[in-house]
Design a protein around this ligand. Structure first.
Ligand code: PGA
Length: 248
């Protein structure tokens, strides 16, 4: 059985001092052995968050990372900087980064390979726009995103990856995908991984749903056979996140 993984994507919210307050508040609410719990906080708060989460089940992830080791890349954060402070996960290819910061499938692939090289688990985001859904090309589009993101990733690495299926039209809109829609795409993603790597990797890899997940929608979404948890934005900044983690 795959262990669920429920991650909060704080996006560009909370200062380092507010981070301490929120982690202290959420710590008892998200305590569980049944799921992996990850808080992906802004880069400037990573060290503070790791300190604040010590002794709890919360693991800290970054929201982005560059694919070079070091050098003249003003403003970027290198993978070795993340591992040096104890970061375990990194979100790669979030649709906001694709839309506002020119992230492409190719740069996503480079970041995924670099994350694995450094022992950081990538949370690889994919998801279609409303137009793509309406035109009936959702599955084709997602398969392309996945195939490029996983180029040159080994089967052993693929087993440990996390994929977040986040339909763009559902992010921050309050318009959550139905459990049926989310399950259909998450299953297609698992089938795509099976085609590339075989059944063992497909059975092991964890696939999250993300997009307007709330305490009310989590249980039905996370009980779908191919949905192994969620990537949660807005609701991860509130006590509601405790109810999402303990959705059963
Ligand atoms: P949301 O964000 O839960 O606020 O829709 C999800 C995400 O972008 O990861």
């Amino acid at each position: 059985m795959r262990k669920k993984i429920i991650a909060g994507n704080w996006k560009m919210n909370k200062t380092p001092s507010e981070t301490v307050t929120l982690i202290d508040e959420l710590k008892p609410l998200v305590a569980t052995d049944e799921a992996d719990v990850v808080f992906c906080v802004p880069a400037v708060s990573l060290t503070t968050a790791i300190e604040a989460a010590k002794g709890s089940n919360i693991q800290i992830g970054a929201q982005n990372m560059y694919y070079e080791e070091s050098g003249a890349y003003t403003g970027e954060v290198a993978p070795g900087m993340l591992t040096d402070i104890g970061v375990k996960y990194v979100i790669v290819g979030h649709s906001e980064r694709r839309e506002y910061f020119a992230e492409t499938d190719v740069t996503v692939n480079k970041k995924v390979l670099k994350a694995f090289e450094h022992g950081i688990t990538p949370i690889i985001c994919c998801g279609e726009s409303l137009t793509q859904r309406e035109q009936g090309v959702t599955i084709d589009f997602i398969r392309q995103q996945i195939k490029i993101a996983f180029l040159n990733v080994t089967p052993e690495q693929a087993k440990t990856a996390v994929i977040a299926y986040e339909p763009i039209w559902a992010i921050g809109t309050g318009k959550v995908a139905t459990a049926g829609q989310a399950q259909e795409v998450c299953k297609a993603i698992r089938d795509c991984i099976a085609e590339i790597y075989g059944d063992a990797a497909a059975v092991a890899i964890r696939i999250q749903y993300g997009g307007s997940v709330t305490a009310d929608s989590a249980a039905e979404l996370f009980s779908q056979p191919d949905i192994d948890g969620g990537l949660v934005g807005g609701a991860s900044l509130k006590p509601d996140f405790g109810r999402i983690v303990n959705y059963k």
